[in-house]
Design a protein around this ligand. Structure first.
Ligand SMILES: Cc1cc2nc3c(=O)[nH]c(=O)nc-3n(C[C@H](O)[C@H](O)[C@H](O)COP(=O)(O)OP(=O)(O)OC[C@H]3O[C@@H](n4cnc5c(N)ncnc54)[C@H](O)[C@@H]3O)c2cc1C
Length: 444
């Protein structure tokens, strides 16, 4: 049996698959269109500010990822964030209150922002949460396919109250994830809630990109090289790759396609009609973030999440006087971090303003943080067309069918990524490791 593999995409999914296959004796090359490894799990220097290309934290329930971290011998480099017991500030209309990132029943039942009815009905959520916690894997959404029948807005309003939806669920969905709850299936909510009670959030002492950099150093990764087309038949795979304006034809025994699911149909040729139809159903949300380096004034730490009932253009605003979790030798300035609301991101996309984000929000920044006016020394803007997989009702069921077919049928081309697992780094890693295991099971 031939053992040459091309992995398309050096995100955490592709590199996890590549690492496992290389460890099992396959000859693996990773092709990456960008100029760094890690995709949406990396550190990047933009105008002297260390920014995250996507993820900032990893969840303690990511078993496949922590096993990999262990195998790479970098467990001692992990950093666990201290519990933020007092919670994050939330602005909801004229009201402000605190919320914790983890689901803490005692905190919620004694919370001054929720009325008696919400507290009494919260109990109704617990059996669903406990059941989902037992039935689902928080890294593998297909295990929650049986819950993929209702959106979060309808579910929470039916099960608890509109107040709980607007004051708890909505800021939670908007601030870190840029979703509105009506877009997302309750399968997503329950599969996570059931697992985050008592969980921890982690990163690495030298930045979130440490795992990607470590994998990149152990693999043969061709950066700035794009797969233009990839096809396959029973005997093997053919790719056309582009580097520095020149194209080259490459053949191999297997391909692991680890690019965002929305791009697959434009790159991969010869898919079955069903597979092509599945890839047409993949959606990601858009998202935008701006970092401002500030000098000449001492920033006070601040974190605020905004619901859509507040007038703010941001969904999240942080003031960070210090940030020690950066790559070795990097000197991070104190900075402000602003995540644009889903509504503003949508309006910017319609106007084609993705390259001038600052111009849309500088007034808001100066209103929220007047002491920074005239003291901004650098700006780093980030825009994602493919930010997080959108688990809209019905998607998970279709995804589960596609995965089952992939699991059951030996093939020359395999697919992995967050859109086939969960919209976090642990899901993407588990998905990559899963396809490596499937190739070995099918072909060895
Ligand atoms: C703003 C933001 C915040 C997030 N926060 C968190 C968080 O705190 N915690 C968490 O766990 N997760 C978080 N996530 C989600 C997490 O980052 C992703 O789910 C995960 O990193 C996806 O990994 P992946 O390998 O599937 O995809 P990607 O990382 O997108 O990798 C795909 C790679 O394929 C490359 N590529 C695309 N097309 C081609 C081509 N034709 N040829 C060659 N290469 C190609 C891309 O350049 C990219 O490097 C966040 C994401 C974003 C965007």
């Amino acid at each position: 049996m031939g053992k040459s593999v091309v992995v398309i995409g050096a995100g955490i999914a592709g590199m996890s698959a590549a690492f496992d296959l290389q460890s099992a004796g396959y000859e693996v090359t990773v092709i990456e269109s960008g100029n760094f490894v890690g995709g949406r799990m990396a550190d990047q220097d933009i105008n002297g500010i260390n920014v995250h290309t996507g993820a900032s934290v990893i969840f303690s329930f990511n078993k496949a990822m922590f096993d990999l971290i262990d195998e790479l011998g970098i467990s001692d480099d992990l950093y666990a964030f201290p519990d933020k017991n007092e919670g994050y500030n939330v602005e909801h209309g004229d009201e402000t209150y605190k919320l914790k990132l983890t689901f803490d029943p005692i905190f919620l039942l004694t919370h001054p922002a929720f009325g008696f009815k919400t507290k009494a009905k919260l109990a109704a959520l617990l059996p669903d949460m406990i059941k989902a916690g037992l039935q689902t894997d928080p890294c593998m959404m297909h295990t929650a396919a049986h819950l993929d029948d209702e959106n979060v807005t309808d579910y929470i309003t039916r099960k608890v109250t509109k107040e709980f939806l607007e004051k708890y669920v909505e800021p939670y969905f908007r601030a870190p994830w840029h979703w509105e709850p009506e877009q997302i299936s309750r399968a997503y909510l329950l599969s996570l809630l059931g697992h985050i009670v008592g969980g921890k959030l982690l990163s690495f002492k030298t930045g979130i990109g440490h795992l990607s950099r470590t994998l990149g150093n152990r693999l043969d990764v061709k950066l700035n090289t794009r797969v233009v087309e990839a096809g396959y038949d029973d005997s093997g795979c053919r790719l056309t790759i582009e580097h520095d304006g020149a194209t080259e034809a490459v053949t191999c025994d297997f391909v692991v396609c680890a690019i965002p699911g929305t791009l697959v149909n434009s790159v991969v040729k010869g898919l079955s009609t069903d597979a092509e139809a599945f890839f047409d159903t993949v959606r990601y949300n858009r998202g935008a973030r701006i970092y401002y380096a500030v000098d000449g004034v001492q920033l006070q730490p601040r974190d605020t999440w905004f619901t859509r009932h507040s007038a703010c253009k941001f969904s999240l605003f942080y003031a960070m006087p210090t940030d020690s979790l950066v790559p070795e030798g990097f000197k991070q300035p104190q900075y402000l971090q602003c995540e644009l609301s889903p509504q503003l991101s949508e309006a910017i996309e319609k106007e084609g303003g993705q390259q001038r984000l600052d111009s849309y929000v500088r007034d808001e920044l100066e209103r929220l943080c007047p002491e920074a006016a005239g003291k901004v020394t650098a700006v780093a803007e980030q825009w994602w067309d493919n930010m997080l997989t959108e688990w809209y009702p019905g998607y998970t069921k279709g995804m589960a069918e596609f995965l089952k077919q992939q699991e059951d049928t030996p093939a020359r081309m395999y697919f992995c990524g967050d859109y086939l697992s969960q919209s976090h780094t642990g899901g993407a890693c588990a998905s990559g490791r899963g396809v490596a295991a499937a190739i070995r099971r099918h072909w060895e």
